[in-house]
Design a protein. Structure first.
Lengths: 180, 157
């Protein structure tokens, strides 16, 4: 009995792994249908946070050279626009459940990398954006319910998501800075 | 007088092994529940990048993996030292991705097919060019659920 059990035990020890897969989850945009004409969506310049990453892994955010550690604050400021500055995105009155009529930012984050950008840098930028989005949501959830975003129920989460939208659009990569 | 002194052998008795199967079975069940089957043997080596805002991938049977990394030593003569794509057990090119996704779909039950997630396991020093090509292919194959595999990094602040 014990022999058989030992045999099975050793088989499972050898053939299985224990690691859990973790990662950053993303949804890709579907390919636009070909028969539809390409409609260029016009977005005002102030509503776009353009993040460019070149092949030396340097960041250019709205024309300004930035370190990766500053990106989070920059993104949060961009979405919130606390002083209603002319440079930062416009806001729009929207009715959000639980919150009522609120000013919602029209901001859009646009991300573009070079083909020579390293994957590590790309993940770091994605990560910083994700953290910024999470912190904004947590802030709103905290002031309304006194809980962090992840502890809210589904409807509340949807409401918060509407209040602080985080739209990231990834442009097709270009060969900025030449070939290697 | 000596009531407690019993004559006879001084040898220690054998430990009973009657409960050994129980213990081993308990261990066996623990490992069966807490582990998953190893998937393919890797031909490329990669160090995943670190990130902080991670989600756990659940339902491992609904995940198909694409490995991108530097070929192992023994393959470097034929495949070089630049990052390569590995699908299943073999090296592949970007063009093979659509058929790979199709066969992955084929292997799943019909009602689960649209829930398939693709997990990209990529070496941190890979250039984005190859990733972008993979993403384009995935979009063409309409496998839109994507997971950039990363490890939990240390919190700085």
């Amino acid at each position: 009995m014990a022999d058989i059990a030992f045999l099975l035990l050793i088989f499972f020890l050898v053939s299985t792994t224990m690691d859990v897969d973790t990662g950053i989850y993303k949804k890709l945009p579907p390919i636009p249908e070909t028969d539809q004409p390409d409609e260029e969506v016009k977005v005002k310049k102030r509503n776009v946070l353009a993040i460019l990453v070149n092949r030396n892994d340097e960041l250019l955010v709205n024309g300004e050279l930035l370190d990766i550690s500053q990106l989070r604050e920059k993104t949060k400021e961009f979405i919130l626009n606390p002083n209603n500055s002319e440079e930062l995105p416009e806001k729009q009155v929207k009715t959000v459940p639980y919150f009522g009529d609120v000013m919602v930012s029209k901001g859009l984050v646009s991300l573009q990398n070079d083909r020579g950008t390293s994957y590590e840098m790309y993940i770091r930028v994605q990560d910083e954006l994700a953290i910024a989005a999470r912190e904004l949501k947590d802030e709103k959830a905290m002031s309304k319910w006194g809980k962090v975003y992840s502890e809210l129920d589904k409807e509340q989460q949807d409401a918060v998501k509407k209040y602080v939208p985080m739209a990231i659009s990834e442009a097709e990569p270009k060969n900025v800075g030449g070939k290697r | 007088m000596s009531k407690f002194k019993k004559g006879g052998s001084k040898e220690t008795p054998e430990i009973s092994t009657a409960s050994l199967p129980d213990i081993v079975f308990m261990l066996l069940f623990f490992f069966m529940v807490s582990t998953t089957m190893r998937d393919v043997e890797l031909n490329v080596s990669y160090v995943q990048p670190q990130a902080k805002e991670l989600t756990k991938l659940e339902k491992k049977d609904l995940v198909s993996n694409i490995h991108v990394g530097v070929p192992l030593r023994k393959y470097q003569k034929t495949f070089g030292t630049e990052s390569r794509i590995q699908l299943n057990d073999q090296f592949a090119t970007v063009d093979d991705i659509q058929s790979f996704i199709a066969s992955e779909r084929e292997a799943r039950k019909e009602e689960l097919r649209n829930k398939l997630t693709t997990s990209l396991k990529v070496d941190r020093y890979t250039k984005m060019g190859i990733i972008v090509d993979i993403k384009q292919e995935l979009r063409k194959a309409s496998a839109l659920k994507l997971n950039y595999s990363a490890l939990q990094g240390a919190e700085e602040n």
